[in-house]
Design a protein around this ligand. Structure first.
Ligand SMILES: *Cc1c(COP(=O)(O)O)cnc(C)c1O
Length: 384
């Protein structure tokens, strides 16, 4: 077995990431861009992705969920702006002020504390007000806005809100975009209300990947794509809507491949059971390969007895249940397979591909979750 690689690893394609970001820059038509690197850069590995994104001069922001992720971005070499999308613990308020992170505001008590901390540090802090347009997750309603306006007036170093934002509820779930249109109208109404209260924002932003790809008018001043930067479509519906509108099929290429190596090859007789629960039984002589990856690593247990991996360019079915750290595959038809041979869990091998989307279908979830769940402990290797 080659000593160069660990037993499993994730490969990240530099050229694919750059190609995807080029596509997003084109779609953004001169607007500012905030690439979303939350959830360990959608499972790709935050340090590696941020290091690659830092080499570009056309990305204005990174957006993250948490303060810890924002700090990780700085450590990985990101010196430009950081938008925090998620809630912030009271204990992290001073860090935000000190580091100049730009929080999303949806809570008045938090804004008040932030205002006091900013005044105390005599440091201007840029905030983004999240407006409630129909997702009912984080937003501020029209009747709550005066209270926020009062807090902004009270704290000199808050100034006015820098941004106003919202997030669409179902833009990637359907080819019918009435609800998104409704949310856009609500957004317009609330921004007007902000202006009347003299807390009009400098910039507006609403667009995740699907909105950016499909709706020019969601773009405003800044766009916040995540998944597409990693080379994945937010959904089949998004892909179909885009293609039906005449869009080309070369926008995105997957950045990530997930690989391992066969650690054992076994010969089984007909009638033998495989794995926990004896859920698979051979009906003929079989060759079985053991792959040192399990649900701990992010290979979902729902893939038991159904998914395929790739060995020497051929498909090998998962046999029995996925274990915590091991999975067995049928390599009866991959004659040349030996211990040490590379197994592809996500990605391509010769002309065969197992996509994150296919894994998502097999495990009844979405590509976002398949990727985000990949263990941060798996080594990441940059290719190209
Ligand atoms: C995650 C997230 C995004 C990015 O969404 P994608 O569908 O991955 O492009 C944008 N905005 C907010 C508020 C988010 O939470």
């Amino acid at each position: 077995m080659a000593a160069k690689y660990p037993l499993q690893w994730i490969e990240l394609s530099r050229s694919a990431l750059n190609c995807n970001v080029d596509s997003l820059v084109r779609l953004a038509r001169g607007r500012q861009i905030a690439i979303c690197v939350k959830a360990n850069a959608y499972g790709h590995g935050l340090p590696q992705i941020v290091e690659m994104l830092s080499q570009r001069s056309d990305i204005h922001y990174l957006s993250v969920h948490s303060v810890a992720e924002a700090i990780a971005c700085r450590k990985a070499g990101w010196n430009a702006r950081l938008l925090l999308l998620g809630p912030v613990a009271t204990e992290d308020i001073e860090t935000i002020v000190e580091c100049g992170f730009e929080p999303t505001i949806s809570d008045a008590a938090f804004l008040e504390r932030l205002g006091r901390a900013a005044d105390k540090a005599k440091k201007r802090i840029l905030t983004h007000l999240k407006l409630e347009t129909g997702t009912n997750r984080q937003g501020i309603t029209e009747s709550e806005l005066p209270r926020f306006a009062e807090i902004y007036r009270k704290h000199q170093h808050l100034g006015k809100p820098y941004g106003a934002s919202t997030h669409f509820a179902n833009i990637e779930d359907t080819t019918n975009h009435q609800y998104a249109e409704h949310q856009l109208r609500q957004f317009g109404k609330l921004v007007k209300a902000m202006k009347r209260l003299k807390i009009g924002p400098r910039i507006c932003h609403t667009a995740s990947s699907a909105a950016l790809i499909l709706f020019e008018k969601t773009g405003f001043d800044l766009v916040r794509p995540g998944l597409a930067a990693y080379g994945h479509w937010p959904s089949k519906e998004t892909y179909l809507s885009y293609r039906l509108s005449g869009g080309a099929n070369d926008l995105f290429r997957p950045v990530l491949s997930w690989k391992s190596r066969l650690t054992q090859v076994k010969k089984l007789q007909p009638g033998e059971f495989v794995g926990y629960g004896c859920t698979y039984r051979t009906t003929a002589p079989a060759r079985l390969g053991v792959v040192p990856v399990g649900y701990y690593d992010g290979y979902d247990r729902a893939l038991s007895n159904c998914a395929h991996m790739l060995v020497n360019g051929a498909r090998a079915e998962v046999r029995g249940r996925v274990c915590m750290n091991l999975t067995m595959i049928d390599i009866s038809n991959v004659r040349a397979a030996r211990p040490g041979h590379v197994v592809t869990l996500i990605g391509s091998d010769h002309s065969e591909t197992v996509s994150a989307e296919q894994i998502a279908i097999w495990s009844s979830t979405i590509n976002y979750e398949v990727l985000a769940r990949l263990s941060s402990e798996t080594p990441r290797i940059m290719v190209e």
